[in-house]
Design a protein around this ligand. Structure first.
Ligand SMILES: O=C(CO)[C@H](O)[C@H](O)COP(=O)(O)O
Length: 226
């Protein structure tokens, strides 16, 4: 599994801290990435100990991990509500996030947004005063050139994400491509989010504006919850 940022111990502390918020009877959104993976494994241990929990995966990866952890799975169409979602981030500034380092941000946004409570798990390397990380934008393959032009008009520099272990681009779980779009410091995340969402051919972008209810920041020593 791809792992970025801080230490494994910091990620573990963040993930396990957020998993403590899971209660018996809950439906839980299961995020993607190396930090969320620690939460999934911890939830698996709670299930093993008898907790009645159902998970909604946000990606192929989180589905696989949840299966290995023997967490009963369901889907968005089958539940009245999602009690809690736990997910990682590539960068956070207060309650704003940039996600999509694992190219899973489309499903992540649907699940995290639908949850009554959304807990972000991260290590300190992900924190920034202002968002400035490139924004992953999932696009229909046929629209990658036109979307890239529109992103340039918004002042961004789009870069088609290449796969690390195959020739050619990353293909998302939804069969689409990803443009990593650098905008420098993002002064108005809400405005940029609306502009990106209105480009024809954009499936979803990785700006999660005002979405985090809590951020569990793990360090080697413990965790801070904000
Ligand atoms: O948004 C994501 C996947 O699309 C991940 O949550 C994000 O990339 C953080 O990953 P990690 O915890 O491995 O650093």
């Amino acid at each position: 599994m791809k792992s970025t940022g801080g230490s494994g111990e910091a990620k573990r502390n963040a993930g396990e801290s957020a998993a403590e918020a899971v209660e018996d009877g809950m439906v839980v959104g299961l995020g993607t990435g190396s930090t969320a993976a620690h939460a999934i494994r911890a939830i698996g241990r709670a299930v093993d100990a008898g907790a009645d929990v159902q998970g909604i995966p946000t990606s192929f990866q989180s589905r696989q991990l949840a299966r290995e952890a023997e967490i009963p799975l369901t889907d968005l169409d089958s539940v009245a509500e999602i009690d809690l979602a736990i997910d990682g981030a590539d960068q956070f500034a207060g309650e704003h996030l940039i996600k999509g380092g694992g190219a899973a941000h489309a499903r992540e946004k649907v699940v995290d947004n639908a949850a009554n409570r959304f807990l972000v798990v991260a290590d300190p390397s992900k924190e920034s005063e202002r968002l400035n990380h490139p924004v992953p934008v999932e696009v229909l393959p046929s629209a990658r050139t036109t979307v890239a032009e529109d992103v340039r008009e918004l002042g961004g520099e789009p870069d088609l994400r290449e796969a690390e272990r195959k020739d050619g681009p990353v293909v998302t779980d939804n069969g689409n491509l990803v443009l990593d779009c650098a905008f420098g410091e993002i002064r108005s995340p809400g405005e940029l989010a609306s502009s990106l969402a209105s480009i024809p051919g954009v499936v979803e972008h990785g700006l999660f504006v005002g979405m985090a209810d809590e951020v569990h920041i793990g360090t080697d020593e413990g965790v801070e919850i904000r």
